[in-house]
Ligand binder design. Structure first.
Ligand code: GLV
Ligand code: MN
Ligand code: MN
Length: 417
C-alpha cells in the first residue's frame, strides 16, 4: 500500500464530524449557527481547543503579529519551506458551522492521519487559521492573509476599529496574552505550497452531484464604504425643501446603483449588506448614513468599469446631502496554477471520488497566498448552496471525502524537493 493510501485510510469521518460539532459550540447561536467573530473571546476559546487537539499529537502552535495561528507537523527537513493548509475559524455574525472551520479541521485531520501512520513528510506540514477572513467585525476581510502577503500594512490594519471602538491591535494583544505559551514567528515566512479546503457556499456541486470541486480560480471583488452626510432636523416642523435627509439620499443612491448595475445574466453580484443610520431616532431627520457595497465579477474589465461607476452614480443622487465613497479593497480575478489543480484532480481520481472543475464565486484567503506560492483549493458541497447563514449544512461524508483528497494533495506537495 502506498504511503498516500495508508495515510488517507486513517482519515476518520467520526472524529472530523465530532470536531465540527465541538467547534460549533464555541459561539453557538440559538438558531443552530455560529457567531464567532474575528479576534473575539469566542475565537480565543476556539484557538485553545485547536491547540488542545494539536498538543495530543505534539503539534507546536505559533502565531504572528496579525494573529494568524499555525500548528506545525515537522517534516524530515525542517529547514525547508512548509506546505501550509487551512482556512479561518472566524464567522459572520449569523454564520454557519462549516465556512472556514472545515478547512482548518480537515487540515488537522490530515496531520492526525499522518501522525497515526508515523509518516514524516519531506517538508513540514502546517495548519493555519488566518485572522479575520470574514471582515464583519473589522473591515476589510482576509486581513491576516493580506498582511502575511505584504499587500496590506500591519500598522494600518492594527489601527482599524470595530463598531465599539476596539482596535484590531488591542484584540490581537488580548489573544496574545491568552496564548502566552504560543511561540511568536515572523510575518510572511516562505511557503512551498498552500491548499485550502472549503465548502463551496454555492449550489453547483450539489446540483451536479459531484463531491469535489477542483477550484480553477476566484472571481474579482471590490468593496466600498459609502458615507452620506445630511443634517438632523425636527420630523414635525422642518419643511421638506429645507431638509438634508441622508436616508432619502442613500436610498436613492442604492436604487440607482441597483438599476445601473443590474445584470439580467446574474453574473454581476452587487450587495449592500450593511446600512447604518444616524441618529436612528423616529422623530429626527436622518443626519448620516453609512452603507457597504460588495461588488463581484469574474471579468476584471467589467469589475473595474462597474466599480468606477459607483462614485458618479452616488454623487448624481446626493440631492442636498454630500457623499464620500471610499474603496476598502480591490482584488482582481485570479487563476490557480494548473499543476496544483492537476494534483488535486489526480488524487480525487485515484480515490475514485467524483469531481468537477469550477471557479470560486466566494472570496478566500487563498486569494492572497496565491501570490506567494503554488496554491489551490478543494471544495465540497453544502446543502442547498446556503452559506453565511445559520442554517449552513454539510454531509459528514462530504467532509470526509474532502479531507481524504486534501490528505493526498498535501502529501504530494510535501514530497516536493
Ligand atoms: C468570504 O467570506 C466572502 O465573502 O466571499
Ligand atoms: Mn470562508
Ligand atoms: Mn465566509
Amino acid at each position: 500500500m502506498s504511503s498516500i493510501n495508508q495515510v488517507v485510510s486513517q482519515i476518520d469521518q467520526a472524529r472530523l464530524w465530532e470536531r465540527h460539532e465541538r467547534l460549533a459550540e464555541i459561539g453557538a447561536t440559538s438558531r443552530g449557527g455560529v457567531n464567532r467573530q474575528a479576534l473575539s473571546k469566542e475565537e480565543i476559546l476556539a484557538r485553545k481547543q485547536l491547540r488542545e487537539w494539536g498538543s495530543v499529537i505534539g503539534l507546536v502552535p505559533y502565531s504572528d503579529a496579525i494573529g494568524n495561528f499555525f500548528l506545525r507537523y515537522p517534516g524530515e527537513n525542517g529547514d525547508l519551506a512548509p506546505v501550509v493548509t487551512g482556512s479561518h475559524i472566524d464567522t459572520q455574525p449569523t454564520g454557519g458551522r462549516f465556512d472556514g472551520s472545515f478547512g482548518v479541521l480537515a487540515a488537522l485531520e490530515v496531520i492526525e492521519a499522518m501522525h497515526a501512520t508515523g509518516y514524516r513528510p519531506h517538508r513540514s506540514v502546517e495548519l493555519v487559521a488566518w485572522t479575520n477572513e470574514e471582515g464583519s467585525r473589522f473591515a476589510p476581510g482576509m486581513m491576516g492573509s493580506a498582511v502575511f502577503r505584504g499587500q496590506r500594512e500591519l500598522d494600518a490594519m492594527l489601527a482599524i476599529l470595530d463598531s465599539d471602538g476596539v482596535s484590531v491591535g488591542e484584540s490581537v494583544a488580548a489573544i496574545r496574552s491568552a496564548e502566552s505559551e504560543v511561540c511568536e514567528r515572523p510575518l510572511g515566512f516562505s511557503l512551498a505550497a498552500y491548499i485550502e479546503a472549503h465548502i463551496e457556499q454555492g449550489p453547483i456541486l450539489e446540483l451536479q452531484r459531484k463531491v469535489i470541486g477542483v477550484v480553477s480560480g476566484i472571481q474579482g471583488k471590490r468593496v466600498f464604504r459609502v458615507t452620506v452626510d445630511g443634517e438632523e432636523n425636527h420630523a414635525g416642523t422642518s419643511p421638506r425643501a429645507m431638509r438634508k435627509d441622508a436616508l432619502v439620499a442613500a436610498v436613492n443612491m442604492i436604487g440607482a446603483l441597483h438599476d445601473a448595475i443590474y445584470d439580467s445574466e446574474d453574473v454581476v453580484k452587487f450587495t449592500v449588506g450593511r446600512f447604518e443610520v444616524r441618529p436612528n431616532a423616529p422623530s429626527v431627520v436622518p443626519a448620516a448614513v453609512h452603507f457597504s457595497i460588495d461588488l463581484r465579477h469574474p471579468d476584471d474589465a467589467v469589475l473595474q468599469r462597474l466599480g468606477d461607476s459607483i462614485e458618479p452614480v452616488c454623487t448624481q443622487h446626493q440631492g442636498p446631502c454630500t457623499v464620500a465613497v471610499k474603496e476598502l479593497s480591490n482584488d482582481p480575478a485570479l487563476e490557480f496554477p494548473v499543476a496544483v489543480r492537476d494534483t488535486i484532480r489526480a488524487i480525487a481520481k485515484d480515490l475514485s471520488i467524483s469531481y468537477l472543475d469550477m471557479p470560486s464565486a466566494a472570496g478566500h484567503d487563498a486569494r492572497h497566498i496565491n501570490y506567494l506560492c503554488p496554491t489551490g483549493m478543494i471544495f465540497i458541497p453544502c446543502e442547498g448552496g446556503i452559506s453565511h447563514n445559520e442554517a449552513e449544512s454539510c454531509e459528514a461524508e462530504h467532509l470526509f471525502e474532502g479531507a481524504r483528497v486534501l490528505a493526498g494533495t498535501v502529501m504530494r506537495l510535501a514530497e516536493m524537493t
